[in-house]
Design a protein around this ligand. Sequence first.
Ligand code: ACO
Length: 385
Amino acid sequence: MESSNTQNNTYAKGLEGVIAAETEIGFVDGQEGRLVYRGYDISVLSENSNYEEISYLLNFGKLPNRKQMTEYLEQMRANSEVPQDTYDLIQTYGKKAHPMVTLRTVISNLASYDPRESDSSIENQKRIAISIIAKMPAIVGAIHRTILGKDILKSRSELSYAGSFLYYALGRNPDPVETKIMDTALMLHADHGMNASTFSALVTISTLADIYSATTSAISTLKGPLHGGANERALKMIMDIGSPEKAGPYLEAMVARKEKIMGFGHRVYKVYDPRAKILKKYASYISEKSDKKSIFETANKVEEIMINKLGEKGIFPNVDFYSGMIYYSMGLTPEIFTPIFALGRISGWTARSLEYLQNNKLFRPKALYVGERGPKTYISIQERQ
Ligand code: ACO
């Protein structure tokens, strides 16, 4: 950690290692390779649960009983309809805008239909959270259709969260296995500690702005290549390599050029990312089913070489290494990969924003001034050199 102590104030670049909030929602154990949502291990949840339950768990504090689940699904259904203006906006942005630009614009725009967006009571902000979560599958699906130059599909509320997204995105009914795999990917992306996008959501909600604003901040932050986006680049690298026998020389050349291998390494995990472990088995299945087996075989070889080379430095595959090839094998275009990350993370962003709001404190860190202290003499523009 790069830090220094100045006049009793600790400076930590990028806030690395600084604890800025308390949370009961989830934690990441980078040494043990555990991701936990409210006490449940992600490996247990991904086997037994589904995205809707996880969304409830994160936002309401415990797994729902049957009645609570029915009510939550009812609320989701009642809120899932997307205004026609939103679809029009998605089409206006079309192919010319980055899909994350389109996504943040339409989520921000939803606030314009809500006369109560500024009421910062927890109940009202929770209502907004559910309304956004419920609309995300149709919105991200519509952005995918627009990128492909295809018609946008409208309401299909009888499908699950993951299933309806695949329907909206692909224009066909997904099979149960595809739905389970997408459901798992969304569960694995739902929350991940105080990452940059979650932090930006908290900064925004701490001003008593609303959940539309917090979510828009989070989406903007996720857009950056250091946060979302590595899965698209990992897939591109594997496709560039082309076959398992070319992996060795390709990676040697990258290492010699001191380039980072996409989909490897993690700021927190110094062991195998538990999410990558779960996705790997699905990547194997779906790539074989969709005639993209060579992509998985190449990836497997890349993993083997990388672990031999860099495993002892704590560099292992991360969640992005296998998620891209899963989405691609399902027929999803790489430009939509980061919005799919947002589709999963939305429940974590809202849960953490609502939690922070209940014990709110405006974020206001300080910066270390390293400029001139003066006082300097002001010289008019006519006399300035
Ligand atoms: N390939 C090759 N070497 C690597 C990689 C990698 N992917 N990741 C880290 N290293 C090496 C660095 O070169 C460095 O070596 P050195 O000590 O000899 O200089 C050492 O490991 C430490 O690297 P840092 O970048 O300081 O490690 P940090 O923990 O800060 O980086 C990060 C984490 C940014 C994710 C990095 O591993 C990386 O850039 N990975 C590739 C991009 C990627 O996959 N990002 C997705 C992360 S998961 C997510 O956001 C959902």
